[in-house]
Structures are given as structure tokens and as C-alpha cells.
Design a binder for this molecule. Structure first.
Ligand code: LIP
Length: 274
């Protein structure tokens, strides 16, 4: 696939993300219709569904041969298969719990995979008014500012993001609490912004040394993975192995030294694949 084609796909993806952002912004300040998915803490709103429909129909009209993986379509029993075909991987609202509670860290995350590699990524945060973008080989940006990860090589000198997630399974929570403790003991501080995509952009912009989460899905990290890598960072499986994007766990870091120091002190958790 030619670079010009990717640029064209990206341009359309960005236009659609911004249009979707207007809907998210309007609904953010209104009462929301909320439903639960896997458990009481796993939320979806009518806005999530409407925004996913909007993105898929606009991109589908423009690129009829492309495939789609969307959070709400998969949650409703749809297909979650990553093939070599151009595939748009969409989280219509990443940070749904934030959206529900009026916390501004919420975004639209759109990644485009070709031959199973992410070639374009868009994380549009309509309330924060930040749009993170990357095209493979062309760097990563926040609005028009070029992004660069931190050069710090010591975990002990950085801030790390670790999320609680939506699972309420005791064994998973126990492992996450142990990992949280191990991180607190070994870094300046921990944070959690409630959106995997925004967490990854925090690593890309250089303010955070790393982000660790078990339990995420491919739509949470597809765009962010490329944004971190194009800002000079690394994205691995938390074990230190290469990332399997469908394997529901992620470790993004400013460099492989910091990633390695985290892999050594945490316990990996196995989850059902996407
Ligand atoms: C969210 C992730 C976040 C995780 C939440 C949730 P959603 O995605 O981005 O990192 O901790 O549990 O999965 O559901 O808001 O798209």
C-alpha cells in the first residue's frame, strides 16, 4: 500500500473523528442513558453506540472494501478478527466511565491496521481539546506539536500509569494490587486517567515513564501504540515479549530500559484474547 493512500485514509479518519468529537462534546454536558455490559462497573452509553455507528458508516461509505473492529459492535456479539485487509479499529468513547461522571479525560480512538500493522492512529480528546495523531514513519503529534518520549532510563525517576480496569474478579484484582504496590515502591508516583488511549498519549508526550494495564482490548490501544512508537517509545507485552495486540495486556514505556525494569517487578496476568 502506498504512502499517499495511507495519508488519504488518515485524513478521512481525522475528519470523521472530529465530527464524532462534536457529538461527544454535546452529550458530555447532558444527562446520559447508561447501560452495563460485563458487570456493574463496565458501562456503555447511547453516545458510545451512536458515535460508533457514525464513524463506521462514514468510513464504510468512503472505503467500502475496508474492515472494521468496533468496541460496541463486538460487545453486541459482532466479529473481532484482525486480518491482513485494511481494518479500522475503533473505540468510540475510550474513557466511558469518565464520560459518564463528567471527567474530561475521554476520547475517540481510531487506529488503522494494514497487514496487521498499525499504520495510522488518531486519539481525539474533544473536552481536553487535544488531538494526538501518528502516521507510520512520520512522527507523532499533539495538535501541531511534535511529540517525544522522556529520555529518563530509570524507573525510579519516572511517573507510571496503572489502571484498575473494569474486572471485579478477586484473583485479577489481587494481582493488580500487588503490581501497583511494586510500582509505587519503585517510581516517583502512580497515576490513572481512565482511558488507555490517553494513558498512551501521556507516555508519548514525555510526561510519564510508562503505562501498564491488564484487561484492555485491541480498540483501547491500537491508535495509542503507533503514537507511542512514533514519539520514540516502545510498546511490549508486560512480560517483556513483543506485543500481541489481541492479547488484552500492554506495557508502553519511554524506552526498553524502563520497560525491562517494570517487567522484572510485576506479575503478568492471563486473560481471554480478543
Ligand atoms: C477503558 C480503558 C481503560 C480501562 C477501563 C476501560 P472504555 O475503556 O481505556 O484503560 O481501565 O476499564 O476498559 O471501556 O472506556 O472504552
Amino acid at each position: 500500500m502506498m504512502g499517499d493512500e495511507i495519508q488519504d485514509f488518515f485524513k478521512t479518519g481525522l475528519e470523521v473523528a472530529k465530527e464524532a468529537g462534536e457529538r461527544v462534546k454535546t452529550d458530555f454536558y447532558r444527562n446520559k442513558k447508561i447501560e452495563v455490559k460485563e458487570n456493574f462497573a463496565d458501562l456503555v452509553t447511547e453516545t458510545d453506540k451512536a458515535v460508533e455507528d457514525l464513524i463506521m458508516s462514514k468510513l464504510g461509505q468512503k472505503f467500502p472494501s475496508h474492515k472494521f473492529i468496533g468496541e460496541e459492535t463486538v460487545s453486541a456479539g459482532g466479529h473481532c478478527e484482525l486480518t491482513d485487509d485494511p481494518t479500522w479499529i475503533i473505540d468510540p468513547i475510550d474513557g466511558t466511565t469518565n464520560f459518564v461522571h463528567g471527567i474530561p479525560h475521554t476520547c475517540i480512538s481510531i487506529g488503522l491496521a494494514v497487514n496487521k500493522q498499525i499504520v495510522a492512529g488518531i486519539v481525539h480528546c474533544p473536552i481536553l481539546e487535544e488531538t494526538y495523531t501518528a502516521i507510520k514513519g512520520h512522527g507523532a503529534f499533539c495538535n501541531s506539536d511534535k511529540l517525544s518520549v522522556s529520555h529518563n532510563q530509570e524507573l525510579k525517576g519516572g511517573v507510571v500509569i496503572i489502571e484498575g480496569g473494569t474486572s471485579r474478579v478477586k484473583e485479577i484484582l489481587d494481582a493488580k494490587i500487588n503490581n501497583t504496590k511494586a510500582l509505587i515502591e519503585n517510581c516517583h508516583g502512580i497515576r490513572a486517567y481512565g482511558s488507555a488511549a490517553i494513558n498512551m498519549c501521556c507516555v508519548a508526550r514525555g510526561s510519564h515513564a510508562a503505562y501498564l494495564e491488564h484487561g484492555i482490548h485491541v480498540w483501547d490501544i491500537a491508535a495509542g501504540k503507533l503514537i507511542v512508537e512514533e514519539a520514540g517509545g516502545v510498546v511490549f507485552d508486560p512480560s517483556g515479549d513483543s506485543l500481541d495486540i489481541m492479547n488484552r495486556r500492554v506495557l508502553a514505556a519511554c524506552n526498553k530500559e524502563v520497560a525491562g525494569q517494570i517487567s522484572k517487578i510485576i506479575t503478568n496476568i492471563s486473560l481471554e484474547r480478543d
